[in-house]
Design a protein around this ligand. Structure first.
Ligand code: SF4
Ligand code: SF4
Length: 227
């Protein structure tokens, strides 16, 4: 059976980059992640931050950036490193919650040099590789098409929106203010964070891509055109 999601190698500005196309209407976020995993591992994509490499193994040059977490990332990471903890306890140790007015950003915690808390510092390897967040699984330092970049951004942002909603629900149910590491006149409101397509889901294979994509992006991903 043909793949539900295809990652196609494209020559973009003289380098081996990629495009993404959705081939089946029931494709899930996990189908996309699996296709991208395979391409990153074996399609010979250009490594712009580490020229000459054909593998990401042992390279940590993208592990010191903003690392937003999705709801399902939290579930995966909790199962891997702290199975008995609740959301606030997990975020207190492994997360960073920044609130600026009504805006909220929940990311992985970083060390004093800004490197991810799960980076093994000597060998530059990921200590939670099978459970690493969506933002890590979908990043490769090669060129990509606009629809590829937009799909990645939509999934990361919508998944983070669900985590923010859950973080506010926990606080409401406890009757206490939510955990905040860094706040600037914080005034987050649950009404600003309605349920997303990630609500009630516990794995990326349960989330249909179509449910997350805005209609125009879905058309671009499924129209068979090259960009
Ligand atoms: S979770 Fe792993 S891959 Fe992602 S930034 Fe941290 S160390 Fe790097
Ligand atoms: S994607 Fe990240 S880990 Fe892979 S080569 Fe580029 S900078 Fe290194």
């Amino acid at each position: 059976m043909a793949a539900k999601v295809e990652i196609q190698v494209r020559n973009i500005k003289g380098q081996a980059g990629y495009d993404v196309a959705v081939r089946r209407p029931d494709a899930t976020v996990e189908d996309y992640l699996t296709a991208l995993d395979r391409a990153i591992a074996g399609a010979g994509l250009y490594r712009g931050r580490a020229p000459g490499r054909n593998s990401c193994r042992g390279c940590d040059r993208c592990c010191a950036e903003r690392l937003p977490l999705t709801w399902i990332d939290y579930l995966n990471l909790r199962a891997a490193v702290a199975p008995d903890t609740d959301l606030e306890t997990f975020l207190a140790t492994y997360g960073h919650v920044l609130v600026d007015g009504p805006a909220v950003d929940i990311t992985l915690a970083a060390d004093a040099e800004g490197r991810c808390c799960f980076l093994e510092p000597v060998y530059g390897t990921c200590r939670v590789y099978p459970a690493r967040p969506l933002t890590c699984r979908t990043f490769i330092c090669c060129p990509s098409t606009p629809r590829s970049r937009r799909l990645r951004a939509v999934l990361v942002n919508r998944g983070e929106d669900e985590l923010v909603r859950q973080w506010l629900l926990v606080a409401r149910n406890r009757g206490k203010p939510p955990l905040i590491h860094e706040g600037y006149r914080p005034r987050p409101r649950l009404t600003d964070w309605p349920p997303t397509p990630f609500a009630g889901r516990t794995a990326y294979r349960e989330v249909p891509l179509k449910a997350v994509c805005p209609p125009d992006l879905w058309r671009q991903l499924t129209d068979g055109k090259q960009f």
